[in-house]
Write a protein that binds this ligand. Structure first.
Ligand SMILES: C[S@@+](CC[C@H](N)C(=O)[O-])C[C@H]1O[C@@H](n2cnc3c(N)ncnc32)[C@H](O)[C@@H]1O
Length: 203
């Protein structure tokens, strides 16, 4: 099985301009954002949220958009996607490569990385770097689409590998399967903590 193709920054920009990602506003996808919002709100009604690979800000809209009372920072490397993120007070979006260490001094209650990790060249290093940006008790929420093995063998193999690695992490707090009502699209959602408590830490 060959590796999935790398998508360059300029290809992402072209795809957003061409409307390739507009389906992310479909009802089926909104179910996924709502599941992420429910877990994010376990950190309180006004959590600070970092959204890595935020695209056009669909998660920000699902959180309530400009009415969201928490702090929201979206990061994406596509300026075409970022141009579509609504702006508001306490909310911002910046252009950066998530494969590199993010130039952020802040830490966050919730870090979201949905449908983005499997595009990055060293996804497990990115997971470690993002966990370092969590507040104590905060969570890193990752979602991964489950592609059809027959139609997308390379993506299926890559995502299955990453699923296996995420599912085995000691930092894993919980995971869940999300399915759209038609059952045609499913995703796995993971919550990882900053620290993991080993048996020896428990007094
Ligand atoms: C499939 S979209 C997911 C958007 C959104 N997170 C969602 O769940 O609908 C993947 C996003 O990752 C961004 N992306 C891919 N590689 C990136 C990188 N190296 N640095 C920053 N963003 C990247 C793309 O520009 C795109 O907006």
């Amino acid at each position: 099985v060959s590796a999935p193709p790398r998508v360059s920054r300029s290809e992402w920009n072209e795809e957003y301009v061409a409307g390739r990602w507009e389906y992310l506003a479909d009802d089926a996808e909104v179910i996924r954002y709502q599941a992420v919002c429910r877990w994010a709100h376990e950190q309180g009604m006004a959590p600070s949220v970092l959204d890595v690979g935020c695209g056009s800000g669909m998660l920000y809209r699902a959180l309530g958009g400009t009415a969201f009372p928490g702090r929201y920072l979206g990061v994406d490397w596509s300026v075409s996607a970022l141009a579509r993120v609504p702006r508001g007070r306490g909310h911002a979006a910046i252009c950066a490569d998530a494969a590199l260490r993010l130039p952020l001094a802040a830490s966050f209650d919730v870090i979201v990385c949905t449908e983005t990790l499997y595009y990055l060249p060293d996804p497990l290093a990115v997971v470690d770097g993002l966990r370092d940006l969590l507040n104590d008790g905060g969570e890193l929420l990752i979602s991964q689409f489950q592609p059809d093995r027959g139609r997308h063998p390379a993506w299926h193999a890559h995502i299955a590998w990453l699923d296996q690695r995420l599912g085995a992490m000691p930092a894993l707090a919980r995971h869940s399967t999300i399915a759209d009502p038609s059952g045609r699209r499913t995703w796995t959602l993971y919550a990882l903590r900053k620290e993991h408590v080993t048996h020896g830490d428990v007094q």
